[in-house]
Each structure stands twice: as structure tokens, then as C-alpha cells.
Ligand binder design. Structure first.
Ligand SMILES: Nc1ncnc2c1ncn2[C@@H]1O[C@H](COP(=O)(O)OP(=O)(O)OP(=O)(O)O)[C@@H](O)[C@H]1O
Length: 365
């Protein structure tokens, strides 16, 4: 991996050579003093967009910045290749090329190991997630169920890189996402994750087509392949007729299917869905769940869905039951149909909650 500490010390040295304080450099780059302090102590790396302005200000080349040292003219070629390999490995989040192999051999897209999240406030502390471990295999549809306050959203936020665990490891396609510096998480989410949330914000000023196309553009897909890709996917998701409409002109169910299209179209490692049916009537909810199950079957999508709705959970292959921050039980759907699985889920909830499963929303499938 790139030597962040060496790079940080080099930035510090170059800044001092210019006679600037951390605040003066921060002001020139229009960022906070804290960010400079984090770079210089090796706790984080500058955002990609800041590399060039930083090099210009400090009068160093990009290679020198990545190498964390001044490079003599005659060493330039040799050093440039070495630095380039490091940059690519770092950008991919891997140690050189070793874990690239583990990418392709790993069957588990998501591996959560001994993860805990402790929220500490002035007066109390809450262990929202308590030593949770599980895996999500490629192409599976896994649900997380639990009553309100059981830690589902906290766990999903940790996996989505929106929050960091207090302890534990989370690997997505072999990469430990806990190590990703804060400023690189947005880029990671764009490249590796898809989201279908209850209040998923499609951009209201863009048409449905443009919303989906935007996801592809961000992923640098060639212009020519955008239209055919969207057309074939939207036929599958039954949204072809509304591609030219704006989100506010279509129903909640259609909006959620567009969110599914936007999530799957960039071929993410995993789609994270948080109560995706929460705002839908039962017909639209079933249509959406059929869509998610179809994405797994036909597009080999891997989906992790948080829900407190037993009907929604009955579409999954496997369910993890959370209570008080812990995974108390798991249930696999073997050969049985949705109705039988629905009944099994209810029984499991009764077992976990005693008779008090009224906290969960129960709708017969
Ligand atoms: N930012 C926070 N600061 C302090 N405590 C928090 C924070 N976020 C969540 N909690 C606490 O952590 C516990 C788990 O909350 P979480 O939102 O993950 O549960 P949930 O199962 O998703 O609930 P719901 O179904 O109601 O959304 C709760 O006790 C909650 O009060």
C-alpha cells in the first residue's frame, strides 16, 4: 500500500519549505485545517481532485507526491513505474495485485466479521451493533429483520460506508472497507454499491432516463452503449413507457423500480436496500420485490435488504434476525414456496420475541 505516513511527512516538509502554516495551505486549497493535519500525520490521503492543485502549490510532481520524496532526474523512469503500481493498488484498495485474485475466487461478496458499533453520548452509550458476523454469497438475496431499535439501519450504514464500526472488519469483494479514508468513501459507494432506499432520491430535475443514464456516465460507460443498456433493462423492469417522465410524474412503485434500474445498471458488487417497500401499497410492494428477486436470478445481483415486513422477507433466500444489536437467528429458504417460508419466518420471530411479535408488520403474501 502507499506509505501514507511518508507522503504526509513529505507534504509537511514541502509546506514548511514554502513558509506556510497548515491554515495558509488549507486556505489556498479551500479545505479545512483539520484535513491538512490528517494528511501530514498520515491519517488520511488527499482527495483525488486535490492532487494536482496540491502539487502545483508545493512545486512537486505527481510522482514525487505519491513517492513521498523528491526524485532525481535519472531515477525518474524507474520510480514512476513503481509509484504507478502503488497508486493503482491503493486506488483499488488492495495490496499490489494479491487481493485481486481473492476478488475473483471469493464467493462471498460481503463478509462481516465481529462488527460492533458503540454510540457514545455525554450521558450514555448504546451498543447498537454487538459482535455481528455473517457472509452474503454472490447472487443471493439476504434479508435483515428485527424490531425497531434492533440495530438494522446502523448495520446497513456501516456496510454502506456511511458510518465506521467501533470494532470489526467488513469486506466487500475482498476489500476491507473499514480502511477506506473518509474522503474516498463517496467514490467507493459510486463504484461498488447500489442503493434502493425507502425515500430514494431520484433527481427531480432529470427524467427517469436521465437519472439512470447519470449513473452510467459517472461509471464512465461509453456514450454509445448507454441507450441500448437502459432500453433493455427498462423493458425487464416494466418502466420503458415512463423513461421520458420526471420522477414526480410517476407512482411510488414506478419510482422504486427506477431506483432499482439505477442501482443495477452499473453492475455494483452489492445492492443495499433499506425498507424499500416501506412507502408502497401492497401491489406495488410485491411488484418491487418481484423485481429485486428477478435481478438476483437473471442479473446475478447480490442484495442485502433491511425490512420489518414479513411479506418482503419471504422473497429472500436467507434471513438474519436481529435483536438488541445481535444476530439471534438465521433462516434459509430451501425448496419451499413463499407461503411456507412466510410461515417459517413467523415461527422464528415468535421464537425470538416470545409472543410480542406485534412490533413487526405482518402482511400475508
Ligand atoms: N447516531 C446515533 N447516536 C446514538 N444512538 C443511536 C444512533 N443511531 C442509532 N442509535 C441507537 O442505536 C440503536 C439501534 O438503532 P437503529 O436505527 O440501527 O435500529 P433499527 O433496527 O434500524 O430501527 P428502525 O427499524 O426503527 O429504523 C437504537 O437504540 C438507537 O437509538
Amino acid at each position: 500500500m502507499m506509505n501514507q505516513i511518508k507522503i504526509g511527512a513529505f507534504i509537511s516538509e514541502c509546506r514548511k519549505a514554502k513558509g506556510w502554516t497548515q491554515s495558509q495551505l488549507a486556505e489556498k486549497l479551500e479545505i479545512t485545517d483539520k484535513a491538512i493535519s490528517k494528511w501530514e500525520t498520515g491519517r488520511s490521503m488527499p482527495d483525488l481532485s486535490l492532487f494536482m492543485p496540491l502539487c502545483t502549490l508545493l512545486d512537486v510532481t505527481l510522482n514525487e507526491l505519491f513517492a513521498g520524496e523528491c526524485i532525481a532526474e535519472e531515477k525518474l523512469k524507474e520510480k514512476a513505474d513503481e509509484v504507478l503500481m502503488d497508486v493503482i493498488a491503493n486506488w483499488l484498495g488492495h495490496d499490489k495485485w494479491e487481493s485481486k485474485e481473492s476478488d475473483t475466487t471469493s464467493e462471498n461478496v460481503l463478509e462481516v466479521e465481529n462488527v460492533s458499533k458503540l454510540y457514545e453520548t455525554e450521558n450514555n452509550s448504546v451498543l447498537a451493533v454487538n459482535d455481528v458476523s455473517f457472509q452474503v454469497p454472490h447472487g443471493s438475496f439476504v434479508g435483515i429483520m428485527g424490531a425497531s431499535g434492533s440495530g438494522k439501519t446502523t448495520l446497513l450504514n456501516l456496510i454502506a460506508t456511511i458510518d465506521k464500526p467501533t470494532y470489526g472488519t467488513i469486506r466487500i469483494s475482498g476489500q476491507n472497507i473499514v480502511d477506506i479514508p473518509d474522503e474516498a468513501t463517496a467514490e467507493f459507494r459510486r463504484r461498488h454499491l447500489g442503493f434502493v432506499f425507502q425515500e430514494y432520491n431520484l433527481l427531480e430535475t432529470l427524467t427517469i432516463y436521465e437519472n439512470i443514464a447519470l449513473a452510467l456516465t459517472i461509471k464512465e460507460v461509453s456514450k454509445e452503449s448507454i441507450r441500448p443498456t437502459i432500453q433493455s433493462l427498462s423493458e425487464k423492469l416494466d418502466i420503458s413507457a415512463i423513461l421520458d417522465k420526471f420522477p414526480y410524474e410517476v407512482s411510488g412503485g414506478q419510482r422504486q423500480r427506477c431506483a432499482c434500474a439505477r442501482a443495477i445498471v452499473v453492475n455494483p458488487d452489492i445492492i443495499l436496500a433499506d425498507e424499500p417497500t416501506g412507502a408502497l401499497d401492497s401491489h406495488a410492494a410485491r411488484q418491487l420485490l418481484d423485481t429485486l428477486a428477478m435481478l438476483c436470478r437473471e442479473y446475478s445481483a447480490t442484495i442485502l435488504m433491511v425490512t420489518h415486513d414479513v411479506m418482503a422477507a419471504s422473497y429472500c433466500d436467507r434471513i438474519l434476525f436481529m435483536k438488541d444489536g445481535e444476530i439471534k437467528a438465521a433462516l434459509n429458504r430451501e425448496q419451499e414456496n413463499k407461503q411456507t417460508f412466510f410461515t417459517d419466518i413467523l415461527k422464528k420471530i415468535e421464537w425470538i420475541e416470545g409472543e410480542s411479535h406485534d412490533v413487526l408488520e405482518i402482511v400475508n403474501p
